[in-house]
Design a protein around this ligand. Structure first.
Ligand code: SAH
Length: 196
């Protein structure tokens, strides 16, 4: 029953912005995600100097980890507050770069140049704007996408991936009738059909 109800549920961008404003960000992991450490080898696959994409990035500390390892990190997030908090909390100097291709978008780039965070909706991006990636860290992204936008999200992600890129997707197995989310339940069968 809950799955049926979720299909039409929408979390609007305004609601996400309000979560950031009110500090209602229980999803943020200050210590970073243990599964990235566990599966780092799968993501990197022996390669160095990768371009790694963080969809719906929030202020994920894993962006700092990977940048410190010598990779180039690109993220996208609707909340400007989240992105500013990211740079502030890691004492990273950054500057704002215009994004002429997307109206209303901004890009926050670390002065060192290896972290570029777009402030706009992920649906505004395309490979002609951000290029393609060798790896993706999807934690709290697919499961935060509104169910009606899932196919669009996955199709976009596929266009942003290089041939040999790896995609780490964090999912949570639970009974959708007992738990409200994080924030949407995506069954494994659907993940298989979405990514094909
Ligand atoms: N991946 C992060 C944040 C997960 S929460 C982490 O691991 O902590 C989902 C985030 O997506 C929120 O910060 C929300 O503001 C952002 N968001 C929601 N819809 C978005 C969209 N269409 N484009 C870009 N960011 C979006």
């Amino acid at each position: 029953a809950e799955l049926g109800l979720q299909k039409d549920r929408v979390v609007t961008q305004e609601e996400w912005l309000r979560k950031w404003e009110t500090g209602n960000i229980g999803f943020h992991k200050e210590q970073g995600h243990p599964l990235l450490q566990k599966y780092l080898d799968v993501l990197l696959n022996g390669r160095s100097g990768l371009r790694i994409f963080f969809p719906l990035c929030g202020k994920a500390v894993e962006m700092k980890w990977l940048a410190d390892m010598g990779h180039n990190v690109v993220g996208v997030e609707v909340s400007e507050q989240a992105l500013k908090e990211f740079f502030a909390e890691h004492s990273l100097p950054y500057h704002e770069v215009p994004v002429p291709e997307i109206s209303g978008a901004k890009k926050f780039q670390s002065t060192s140049g290896n972290i570029s965070l777009y402030c706009c909706s992920i649906y505004d991006l395309s490979s002609s704007i951000v290029g393609k990636f060798d790896g993706v860290w999807d934690r709290g992204a697919l499961v935060a996408v509104n169910p009606r936008d899932r196919q669009r999200y996955v199709s976009l992600m596929i266009t942003l991936m290089e041939k040999n890129s790896s995609y780490l997707l964090v999912t949570v197995c639970y009974d959708p009738n007992k738990h409200k989310g994080p924030p949407f339940y995506v069954p494994e069968s659907e993940i298989k059909s979405l990514f094909g």
